[in-house]
Design a protein around this ligand. Structure first.
Ligand code: PLP
Length: 390
């Protein structure tokens, strides 16, 4: 059976060039970069080099980039780090209702510690109202944390305008760019962002490695104490193979950027148009144009996204309903509900997220298999029969 993987927003396969770059660091180059002898010195060079490559992709200086254990850790370090550093100045944080749980649950934790959090609503396309953001900023606001692009719908936030609003009031701006890095141009020379989170495994590097950009002069407490690694911000011996891999993945993302984006967008639009022409009563979730080039989230009315997903899995197709971290839970997605999508339509949503290795044949296979599965599930759906009678 053909196997088609369309769940790249959940995770990606390590790129062959990344894997090749990582391999020597499990054996030949095994040193601890903090050691002063030859084994350590040799590895330290590669650590510095990887930092430069990550910085280069987002137009930052290497002194502003540290390595972490992944996107979740970067988000926690940013939000708790600012909260703890600035709690004497104020205890108010602004975020949105559609953030990843790495941000939402961190904010909820801080609420239990006495901080106050404003969760901004979004419109039907998943975007916040900038006026509402400006109005929400108070004297005691210390942090705005808003994602670069949404993991479920791909909707892209107006990061520049959000950063400008934050800067005007002297508030720190953190953005979770886990889904954006490598898929959107990010220039931190031009964007007023203070802290940015990224994750290796969404970008063809390995799992358990992430990065954090911290603009020079940004007040942030560290959460992991020990040795002085990572500019004293995150102690612990560095995961060198994964770091070298992330550096390579960033180098490739920069090298292949235009070609990758064009490829993803072409395939995504082929899938979207193909679904619209073959299946009635469907709906796009997310902004029609301000959207990640690889993401297509659609509702198939009258059926459960979860059932469709299982049926597609039997045909060798991997996609997602809701976000990967909440898959398996019967609750409709908090992102779609926040966008005002009715619960039964939210529950019928499927997210297709494409990667560089996908082909037109992959998409055509999905378009061949999907309509018959939707038809079959609709034929046994009480909702569908009720609708037909009315
Ligand atoms: N933020 C966003 C927007 C994500 O999509 C994810 C993963 O799905 C994360 C954070 C968490 O990243 P990680 O899996 O590297 O911890």
């Amino acid at each position: 059976m053909r196997r088609v993987y369309l769940d790249h927003n959940a995770t990606t396969a390590v790129h062959p060039e990344v894997l090749a770059a990582m391999m020597p660091f499990f054996g030949e180059h095994f040193g601890n970069p903090s050691s002063i002898h030859w084994a350590g010195r040799e590895v330290k060079k590669y650590l510095d080099d990887a930092r430069e490559r990550v910085a280069d992709l987002i137009h930052a200086s290497p002194q502003e980039v540290i390595f972490t254990g992944g996107g979740t850790e970067s988000d926690n370090m940013a939000i708790k780090g600012v909260a703890f550093a600035l709690q004497d100045k104020g205890r108010h944080i602004i975020t949105t209702r559609v953030e990843h749980h790495a941000v939402l649950h961190t904010c909820q934790f801080l609420e239990k510690m006495g901080f106050e959090v404003t969760y901004l609503p979004v419109d039907g396309d998943g975007l916040i109202n900038l006026e509402e953001l400006r109005r929400a900023i108070r004297q005691d606001t210390i942090l705005i944390t808003i994602m670069f692009a949404n993991n479920e719908t791909g909707t892209i936030f107006p990061v520049k305008e959000i950063g400008e609003a934050a800067r005007e009031k002297g508030v720190i701006f953190h953005t979770d760019a886990v889904q954006a890095v490598g898929k959107l141009p990010i220039d931190l020379q031009r964007l007023p962002v203070d802290i940015l989170s990224l994750s290796g495994h969404k970008l063809y590097a390995s799992k358990g490695i992430g990065g954090q950009y911290i603009r020079k002069g940004t007040k942030l407490f560290s959460l992991i104490h020990g040795g002085g690694q990572e500019l004293n911000r995150r102690a612990g011996t560095e995961n060198i193979p994964a770091i070298v891999g992330l550096g390579k993945a960033c180098e490739i993302a920069k090298r292949d950027f235009s070609q990758r984006v064009a490829h993803l967008q072409t395939l995504r639009d082929r899938l979207h148009q193909g679904i619209l022409s073959r299946i009635p009563e469907v709906k796009l979730n997310g902004h029609p144009t301000l959207r990640l080039p690889n993401t297509l989230n659609m509702s198939f009315f009258y059926i459960e996204g979860e059932s469709l997903l299982l049926n597609m899995d039997l045909e060798g197709i991997a996609a997602a309903s809701g976000s990967a971290c909440t898959a398996g839970s019967p609750e409709p997605s908090h992102v779609l509900l926040a966008m005002g999508v009715p619960p039964e339509i939210a529950q019928s949503a499927i997210r297709f997220s494409l990667g560089w290795a996908n082909t037109a044949e992959d998409i055509d296979y999905v378009l061949e298999v999907l309509p018959e599965n939707v038809d079959r599930l609709r034929s046994i759906s009480p909702l569908y029969h009720k609708r037909k009678k009315n």
